[in-house]
Design a protein around this ligand. Structure first.
Ligand SMILES: Nc1ncnc2c1ncn2[C@@H]1O[C@H](COP(=O)(O)OP(=O)(O)OP(=O)(O)O)[C@@H](O)[C@H]1O
Length: 272
C-alpha cells in the first residue's frame, strides 16, 4: 500500500519544502521507494534537489496536469527525475501557477492530481507532496490525493489562527472529497532551543492541540546547516550527516514509519 502524505501549511516559509525533501530521503534511506511531488510554482523543492533552473525542464507537474485536463495519455515515468540519494521527483516550475486558473473551470477539478497519482503511485511506498503556501486549488488537489497531512509549524510565530484555517480546510476536504484523509501530526520546525519563545510556542501547541492531534515528539532545530542545503542540491543527511538537523529528520522518519505501522495494526485488528 502506498502512503500519500501532503506536507501543507498555507503560511509561507515554515519548512514545508525542507521537511518534504528530507523526510523523503530519510524514508528512502530506510529502504522505502519514494516519489516527491513539487506542487508549488515557486519550485523550491525542485531547486533544492539539484535543478537550479526549473524553467528549462521540458516536463513538469504543470505539463502533466495540463495533459490530465485535456485527457491526453501520459507515458510511464513521464517527467520524473531521479535524485542520486534514492528518490524520484516530479518537478515544478512557474508554469504551475497558471494551473490554479485552469483548474477553476475544469471538471473534477479537485481530483486532477489524484487521478495522475493513482496511475503512478503503485510503484512507490511513499508519495510526498510539497504544497504551496495557499489554500487554493493546488493545495485542495494535494489534500484530495493524500492519505494524510503533515503540518510543519515554524516555532517563531504564534500559529493559532492560520492553523485553525488549515484544519477547517482539511475538514471541508474530508466532508466533500476525501473522507479518509488523516492528520499525521504537527511538526515544530526551526526551533531555537536557546530562546524561551520557542519553548513557549512548543508548550502552547502541545497544550492546545495535543489532545486532538498528534504533535510530533521530535522538533526540528533551527540551524544554518538546514538553510544551506537548498543551494547544495542534496539532503541534510549528505550535507551535515552528524548535525542536529539530520538527527531530527532521522527521528521524524522513524515517527512517520511508526504511524504507518500503527495504522496497519489497527486495520488488521478491525478485519479480525
Ligand atoms: N531547520 C531550519 N533551520 C534554519 N533554516 C531553515 C530550517 N528549515 C528551513 N529553513 C530555511 O527557511 C526557509 C523556508 O524553508 P522552506 O522553504 O522549507 O519552507 P516552505 O514552507 O516550504 O516555504 P514556502 O512556503 O515558501 O514554500 C528556507 O530558506 C530554508 O532554507
Amino acid at each position: 500500500m502506498t502512503n500519500v502524505i501532503a506536507v501543507a501549511n498555507q503560511k509561507g516559509g515554515v519548512g514545508k519544502t525542507t521537511t518534504c525533501a528530507n523526510l523523503g530521503i530519510g524514508l528512502a534511506q530506510e529502504g522505502k521507494k519514494v516519489l516527491l511531488v513539487d506542487s508549488d510554482p515557486q519550485s523550491s523543492m525542485t531547486i533544492s534537489l539539484g535543478n537550479p533552473q526549473p524553467d528549462q525542464l521540458p516536463v513538469t507537474l504543470a505539463t502533466i496536469m495540463g495533459k490530465m485536463l485535456d485527457e491526453e495519455p501520459i507515458d510511464p515515468g513521464e517527467g520524473l527525475l531521479h535524485h542520486d540519494e534514492g528518490v524520484d521527483l516530479m518537478p515544478a516550475n512557474i508554469e504551475l501557477s497558471g494551473m490554479e486558473v485552469s483548474l477553476v473551470n475544469a471538471m473534477s477539478r479537485e481530483k486532477i492530481l489524484k487521478q495522475y497519482l493513482d496511475g503512478v503511485k503503485r510503484q512507490y511506498d511513499y508519495v510526498l507532496l510539497d504544497c504551496m503556501p495557499s489554500l487554493g486549488m493546488l493545495t485542495v488537489n494535494a489534500l484530495a490525493a493524500a492519505d494524510s497531512v503533515l503540518i510543519p509549524v515554524q516555532a517563531q510565530y504564534l500559529p493559532a489562527k492560520g492553523l485553525e484555517q488549515l484544519l477547517q480546510t482539511i475538514n471541508k476536504v474530508r466532508r466533500q472529497i476525501n473522507p479518509k484523509l488523516k492528520i499525521d501530526g504537527i511538526l515544530l520546525t526551526m526551533v531555537d532551543s536557546r530562546t524561551n519563545y520557542s519553548k513557549e510556542i512548543s508548550t502552547l501547541l502541545r497544550d492546545t492541540y495535543g489532545s486532538k492531534l498528534k504533535v510530533f515528539d521530535v522538533e526540528i532545530p533551527h540551524s544554518v546547516r538546514a538553510a544551506e542545503i537548498s543551494a547544495e542540491g542534496r539532503s541534510i543527511f549528505a550535507h551535515d550527516p552528524k548535525g542536529k538537523v539530520a538527527e531530527a529528520y532521522r527521528e521524524l522518519t522513524k515517527e512517520v514509519l511508526k504511524i504507518e505501522k500503527q495504522r496497519q495494526k489497527h486495520k488488521s485488528e478491525q478485519l479480525r
